[in-house]
Write a protein that binds this ligand. Structure first.
Ligand code: C2E
Ligand code: MG
Ligand code: MG
Ligand code: MG
Length: 285
């Protein structure tokens, strides 16, 4: 009986594995058609300048509305898109959509800083900068209004390519942010050599702020370091008023997180740019 049970477990384990592979394969297959079927949407997460509590920018975040599976997280499909190369057409669509949204807001009298996440496959492409310039022209977006986010790990593993992309992006007048800062290694060294405009403190450091002394010290240090290196610093994952108060005490430049707002569809942004400041508890502002 025990042997039978064990065979059963082995078979079940094998079947689970097969199912997982089939799922990944299906996702990969569905991904190929998703752009054409217009299943992607962008949401925008507001971020504030800590000093006055005003929404001055948004980060564009891609979502996949799968017809059967519902909404799929970018954490699940971006890696598959990167493996298959599908990230290239997808990223072009994302940039186009974000820039076009920027100019719609501009027509409505809002000039927001727009952050767009970059994939390593994108910056490896030779035509990357030309494409960015062409799209900026097409939608009449001032380059300084766009902030491209590159993660610290992409920078670490693709240093030469990234450095070149960062330089070129800044040469054409765009801003560059170091995303998920603190999660890689040799952070301090990279911070000195990368000519970025913004550092985004990874939300893993924020989780226990201000209760965890170590995390508190780390965040304080990144804020001070950024100031010495003349970079703006934005804290991610701000989920409570206590976190925001801490950031204000530390003179952190910007903040982004669920306490301020979740990522929302573009039509919700105008109201958020007007109401924040009153909405947030006054003692934190
Ligand atoms: P990221 O660039 O670090 O984006 C921030 C992520 O943190 C978003 O998750 C956002 O919804 C989430 N977040 C924001 N505030 C809070 C908070 O207070 N608490 C918590 N727990 N989470 C918060 P999302 O949208 O699932 O995106 C995950 C990652 O997927 C992004 O991390 C980025 O690396 C990637 N990604 C998203 N959109 C794009 C895109 O358009 N292109 C590329 N290449 N990557 C993207
Ligand atoms: Mg980002
Ligand atoms: Mg991040
Ligand atoms: Mg992240």
């Amino acid at each position: 009986y025990a042997a039978k049970e064990s065979v059963h477990h082995t078979v079940q384990f094998y079947l689970d594995h097969v199912h997982q592979r089939v799922d990944a394969f299906r996702l990969e297959h569905d991904l190929q058609a998703a752009l054409e079927k217009e299943e992607f949407v962008l949401e925008y997460q507001p971020r504030i300048t800590v000093a006055d509590g005003k929404v001055t920018g948004v980060e564009a975040l891609v979502r996949w509305e799968h017809p059967e599976r519902g909404r799929i997280s970018p954490l699940e499909f971006i890696p598959i898109a990167e493996e298959t190369g599908y990230i290239l057409p997808l990223s072009s669509w994302i940039m186009e959509e974000a820039f076009s949204q920027w100019s719609k807001w501009k027509e409505d009298g809002m000039e927001l800083q727009m952050a767009v996440n970059l994939s390593v496959r994108q910056i490896e492409e030779e035509q990357f900068i030309d494409r960015v310039e062409a799209l900026l022209g097409k939608y009449q977006v001032p380059p300084a209004s766009i902030e491209f986010e590159i993660t610290e790990s992409v920078l670490m593993y693709h240093l030469e390519t990234s450095l070149q992309a960062v330089r070129e992006l800044r040469r054409i007048g765009c801003r560059v942010a170091l995303d998920d800062f603190g999660t890689g290694y040799s952070s301090l060294n990279y911070l000195k050599t990368i000519p970025a405009d913004v550092v985004k403190i990874d939300r893993s450091f924020m989780k226990e702020i201000p209760d965890n002394a170590q995390d508190t010290a780390i965040v304080e240090t990144i804020i001070r370091l950024a100031s010495v290196l003349n970079m703006d610093v934005i804290a991610e994952g701000v989920e409570t008023d206590r976190m925001l108060s801490f950031l204000k005490e530390q003179h952190c430049f910007g903040a982004q997180g669920y306490y301020i707002s979740r990522p929302v569809p573009p039509q919700d942004i105008p109201e958020l740019t007007q109401s924040t400041g009153q909405e947030l508890p006054q003692e934190t502002l």
